[in-house]
Design a protein around this ligand. Structure first.
Ligand code: ZN
Length: 504
């Protein structure tokens, strides 16, 4: 028996390794496509990506995989496995079940539909025409309703979609945490708008040379401890990070002459994602556990570096002089003026351009709408009206066009329902982690002020990074902070920070 389990485990791990190899090859190709692959090669490249993706899908849903999973989930066999193998089996089984429950033909049709829908969405956004996109979105929602039936509804139907991005997250939990966050954020945003102490934005409203921006991005990544022998920085239209394996984690950013802050904080954000992936334990290489544990925890790491460190006063007390030196003669205001400018709060229509405080309200609106679509029978046709009502209610503004309203994000055209909450979960996890870090490293602020990130990075590696997907998000939060996810740390952090900046 034992001999048998060992052999089966070995064969299973070989198959998993093979799937991971396809995955890594595909990830390099996607990176290449988005960072300057020649246009004329794109069509052929898409074919290659199609072939490799299909092969990978076949392997992960093969009879061979099914047989290994059957054998290794048998209780006697399962308890003989070590932790890494046991979690690898569980992860593959989850994927296998999800994929197997959808008939292959249905899935094919859905893939074609979403790829068409993305093109139509782009055009509809450009022409500001919701009616053009509506029939596609209706079909995508209907398919997802069908998938929920096939996968099985959890506590509520929308829970089944949430679980794809944040394992075990429920509407019940999100209603509670988002409810509290919304209740505190809405009046704070309103009070800020009334404040007589608005930041002076002039220091950011100038032209900043792209090469100098690039030099400062590289300087910042080095200070953060990003390992350039295990990664590289390139440019792309939308910044992203891609972890091929811990020894190769690449990031991109985007430089705009009239928006230096954008590139700077995008770089730090993606750098945060990359530090996570570069520091996952080598023991997990070749398994599906060699990645961040969830979208929400991943986002907590990028936002921790971007906002809680990168937009802090302590950080700019240390680095403002370096920034000035990179742009001679351009930044003549005091560090405090710059600090307040990069932290301006102002209700706006576009999620990706919003500030640290209003950002969560953009997310909560999307969450509430998705929940209505899947749990409460909201019609796609009524989305624009609901969207505008909620923007009016929470942010006090009403979009004048569909493009700056309901059509602004790409996610729904690809069927990415359940994804949005991850962004705000990231903010909540980050604040909760920071509360614990400050308890365990009381000199936190002084270290940041000295530009010494080493102790903080070591803490993150030990408590979060190295575990990869070996622990679930809920386990990490509980183990690290001693309690489950709670919104109160983010609320405290936001209130303290912005009441100080706006002198409320
Ligand atoms: Zn991110």
């Amino acid at each position: 028996m034992s001999q048998n389990v060992e052999q089966t485990t070995e064969n299973f791990r070989k198959l998993v390794q093979k799937i991971k190899s396809y995955e890594e090859a595909l990830a390099v190709m996607y990176w290449d496509l988005r960072t300057g692959a020649p246009r004329k090669g794109m069509e052929a490249r898409s074919e290659v990506i199609g072939v490799l993706s299909t092969e990978m899908f076949k392997l992960s849903t093969s009879d061979e995989m099914g047989a290994y999973l059957d054998a290794l989930t048998e209780p006697e066999a399962n308890e003989r496995l070590d932790e890494i193998n046991r979690r690898t089996v569980a992860e593959c089984k989850k994927e296998y079940d999800r994929s197997k429950k959808i008939p292959a033909e249905t899935y094919q049709v859905y893939v074609v539909l979403t790829s068409q829908a993305e093109t139509i969405w782009e055009e509809a956004k450009h022409k500001d025409d919701f009616a053009m996109f509506q029939p596609y979105l209706e079909k995508i929602v209907a398919y997802n309703q069908q998938f929920i039936d096939l996968w099985g509804a959890k506590e509520t139907r929308y829970d089944t979609l949430l679980d794809m991005y944040e394992p075990d997250l429920t509407v019940r939990k999100l209603d509670q945490v988002f409810g509290e966050l919304r209740a505190k954020s809405v009046p704070l945003v309103a009070a800020i708008a009334e404040s007589a102490h608005q930041p002076d934005m002039a220091c950011l409203q100038q032209s900043f040379d792209k090469e100098k921006q690039r030099a400062f991005s590289l300087f910042m990544l080095e200070r953060m401890g990003y390992d350039f022998e295990a990664g590289r920085l390139d440019e792309s239209v939308h910044p992203f990070a891609t972890g091929l394996n811990p020894g190769d984690v690449r990031i991109t950013t985007r430089y705009a002459v009239d928006d230096m802050a954008n590139a700077l904080f995008s770089t730090i954000h993606e750098g945060g994602h990359a530090l996570y992936e570069q520091n996952i334990s080598k023991d997990l290489i070749g398994t599906p556990l060699c990645t961040g544990t969830s979208m929400g925890i991943h986002e907590s790491q990028s936002r921790f570096w971007e906002n809680m460190i990168g937009r802090s006063r302590a950080f700019w007390n240390r680095y403002y002089g370096d920034l000035q030196a990179h742009f001679p003669g351009q930044l003549n205001v005091p560090a405090e003026t710059f600090y307040r400018a990069i932290n301006r709060v102002q209700p706006s229509f576009i999620r990706t351009e919003s500030d640290e405080l209003t950002y969560n309200l953009h997310i909560i609106i999307r969450y509430e709408i998705e929940k209505m679509l899947f749990n409460e029978g909201l019609n796609v046709a009524d989305l624009p009206e609901i969207w505008n009502e909620k923007y009016k209610q929470y942010l006090g503004i009403v979009p004048k066009t569909y493009a700056e309203g309901v059509l602004q994000d790409v996610h729904w055209s690809g069927g990415g329902f359940g994804y949005f909450p991850s962004y705000s979960l990231g903010n909540m996890y980050a604040a909760q982690f920071m509360h614990t870090i400050k308890r365990e490293i009381p000199e936190f602020d002084r270290l940041i002020e000295q530009g010494n990130f080493q102790p903080v990075k070591a803490w993150l590696i030990d408590n979060i990074y190295r575990h990869g997907k070996l622990l679930t998000p809920a386990e990490i939060v509980q183990n690290v902070t001693g309690e489950p996810l709670t919104p109160s740390y983010l609320i405290d952090y936001l209130e303290t920070k912005f009441k100080d900046i706006y002198r409320l």
